[in-house]
Design a protein around this ligand. Structure first.
Ligand code: UDP
Length: 328
């Protein structure tokens, strides 16, 4: 039996593929390579194409013995989603609709869905728990919430069982350095700071230093990408064992400010990294920290690389050896 991973050439997708294969799973990837990288797939069976291509989905489901789907394929930038909501609803919501429709048609009844902390919007408390209000402040979070809701209805109507994983801030890279993070343009904090350490940027802009936090900069919960990957495998196992749908936060439960992240990067890289204060970025909540006690209790998930030092060390290992990212 095989697992279909949509968006498996992307950052979190490719690390999940690596982890699944290390656990002995057979993996098939579908990716349109708009944002993903062929080189991130290593030697995985691969279909290039779009979720909305019904004929391609038929071919994939007819020719492979697929038992479950892990669904990453999506546009995932908050700022871009505010500028291009039509594109986000089209790719994320309509794309997922096609995938789910085809899963139902082909009798595939297990899906792990890549969701996000952006489904919560401005948190009413920290750490955030799964039952807290979900009022997204941008189209990206809204599209992910819409898909979660479709999955809940699809459980009742068609018996499609789902685990939705709400990630906090994914960071780091494969500790063995085989794959890592490569976005163009880069918008995430840790790779941007490491680009400054490599001399590819003059400095790092700190988006706002007047937030109601100890040092005035935003606090986030950074979680190692391989710990996220491991949670997907555990979610599949849970679906196999219990046939019960669920929603889980994935974070370390510890927050670090933008300034603390930059300082940790300085320590890990032993480089001078200049920073400057810039205006706040629209839509950024001051503090996002996960309660992951539900994932720990129900999935048996224990992060293997919980410290910011380890996360940044693995990211630095990748970026310093691949300063221009993937070749392809
Ligand atoms: N950030 C920053 N400068 C940058 C990029 C990000 O100050 O060049 C801040 C951003 O405002 C947020 C935190 O770093 O508070 C993490 O941002 P990132 O884009 O990595 O992840 P997000 O929290 O948006 O998922």
């Amino acid at each position: 039996m095989a697992v279909l991973v949509t968006g498996g050439a992307g950052y979190i997708g490719s690390h999940t593929v690596l982890h699944l294969k290390a656990q002995g799973e057979e993996v098939i990837v579908l990716d349109n390579l708009e944002k993903g990288h062929r080189d991130a797939l290593l030697d995985t069976t691969f279909y290039k194409g779009d979720l909305r291509d019904d004929l391609l989905l038929d071919e994939i489901f007819n020719t492979n013995n697929i038992d479950a789907v892990i669904h990453f394929a999506a546009n995932s930038l908050v700022g871009e989603s505010v500028e291009k909501p039509l594109e986000y609803y089209e790719n994320n919501v309509i794309g997922s609709h096609h995938l789910i429709k085809k899963m139902v048609e082909h009798g595939i009844n297990k899906i792990v869905f890549s969701s996000t902390a952006a489904t919560y919007g401005n948190p009413t408390r920290v750490p955030i728990q799964e039952e807290d209000p979900t009022i997204p402040t941008n189209p990206y979070g809204d599209t992910k919430l819409a898909i979660e809701k479709l999955l809940q209805w699809a459980d009742g109507a068609y018996g499609l069982k789902s685990v939705c994983l709400r990630y906090f801030n994914a960071a780091g890279a494969d500790p063995e350095g085989r794959i890592g993070e490569d976005h163009t343009p880069e918008s995430h904090l840790i790779p941007i700071v490491l680009q400054a350490a490599l001399g590819q940027r003059d400095n790092v802009s700190i988006f706002g230093d007047d937030y109601p936090t100890e040092d005035g900069t935003c606090i986030r919960d950074y979680i190692h990408v391989l710990d996220l990957a491991a949670a997907h495998y555990l979610a599949l196992r849970k679906l196999n064992n219990t046939r019960k749908s669920g929603i889980y936060n994935l974070g370390n439960g510890t927050g670090f400010s933008v300034k603390q992240v930059i300082d940790t990067c300085r320590r890990v890289t032993e480089k001078t990294i200049a920073s400057k204060t810039a205006p706040r970025r629209a839509g950024d909540p001051a503090v996002l920290i996960a309660s992951s006690s539900k994932a720990r209790a129900e999935l048996g998930w224990i992060p293997k690389y919980p410290t910011l030092e380890e996360i940044i060390t693995h990211a630095w290992n990748w970026h310093s050896k691949h300063p221009d990212g993937y070749n392809d």
